[in-house]
Write a protein that binds this ligand. Sequence first.
Ligand code: SF4
Length: 467
Amino acid sequence: MIEFSASQFKSNARTAVNDAGLRAKIKKATGTSLTKRQETVKEIPDWEELREKGHLLRKKVVDDLDRYQAAFTESAQSNGMVVHYAETHSDATKIIYDIIRRQSVRSVVKSKSMITEELRLNEMLEENGVRVIETDLGEYIIQLAGETPSHITAPALHKSKEDIARLFQEKLHIPYTDDPEELTKVARERLRKEFLNAKVGISGVNFACADTGTITIIENEANARLCTVLPDVHIAVMSVEKILPSINDLPLFLKLLPRSATGQRMTSYVSMINGPRSQYNPDGPRQLHIVILDGGRKQLAKHPAWKESLYCIRCGACMNICPVYQSVGGHAYGSVYPGPIGSVITPTLFGMQEAQDLPYASSLCGACTDICPVKIDLHHHLLWERHDIVDRGYKSFTEKIAMTLWRWVMLSPSRLEFAGRAGWLLQKIFAKKLPAPGWTPQRRFPKIARKSFRKLIQHDKDEYGSS
Ligand code: SF4
């Protein structure tokens, strides 16, 4: 089982929320994406219909994962690709390492891929003496910084251009410049050499079409295209739910994904890969391997409610809109997948007990559900997971007693009335001295009114009649 530090969420969040600089950077970056998204979504009058279609298509695949996996495997194999199925994370990393080992190389180029983050592939390869060069600019930055991505589409979203300038100065030994164009040029020059020497390229997959065996990768920097075309061997890593029934479904998702992720009508590059080089197609790698990871997803797909989280197309929009994510950033979640979808999927895929705080990392405002391009009912999932955590008995004895008492009071109008009066009296003695536990030390409990709302209504009725 892959280990995450989701159990540290509360302490991580406390540190992050006190970092005003971090909050400002996250707010600025997420705000820009949201504004652009709003503009490009407005151009599509039938956006809601497209969301519904997206939801139904993702459902169709998740309801029948084995059949679509078999269909995709057959099509991909007939295109000359080598398809590997990995039931567990360690199976997947072993398969990938074996392919690399057979090429006798000591370094690989890699494009951005959340599934390889989930596998902790870089760590494993580095431990085995294989240098991994991240080629997406954001990933390159965080690799230099020795960090993990803080967002699924914008891994270095928590860094300002000044942070990056200092990082490049320190790690790449260049004079300080915070001109984004200059910084990009430096990264491009370094990476170009790596591309030209690479024998193995690793990429993720955005969509895999079951009927044609086509894998599609969308991006803006052409680094994924270089990773998949220049090296002799291309290893594409995907999770099993990335499959679409048909290539005819692709245009729908190419409308939904870039708009939701970055507010673009279309990403700069869309690579549709049908196989390795052949007699009829002289370009591309000599070998093309596809590693399909289950990693607990088939089990999750059997759950009547939670299977919905597998419909996700990893656009990141739910993170951008989430007030919790905006306040604490991605690292606080201690999971590869932060934000609302991370809070839903981390407990169900990687362990409810370890990640039991994540379903509470939400105000349940529902903004994530409203923005999700495939209509995942995210905030209800968070609520259901809270139920599950209570049912499993993960809550402390004190919290259980408190909730039992609260329920007992709320079930009776007279007990509620009594509790209100008692609270009003007690606050006179204690409220000024006590900070609200669990809130910041500066906050205090709101005042309890002398007359309850029910009493006020009753009073008005008596005074002015029931109408
Ligand atoms: S849950 Fe929806 S909004 Fe969030 S990343 Fe996935 S597809 Fe995007």
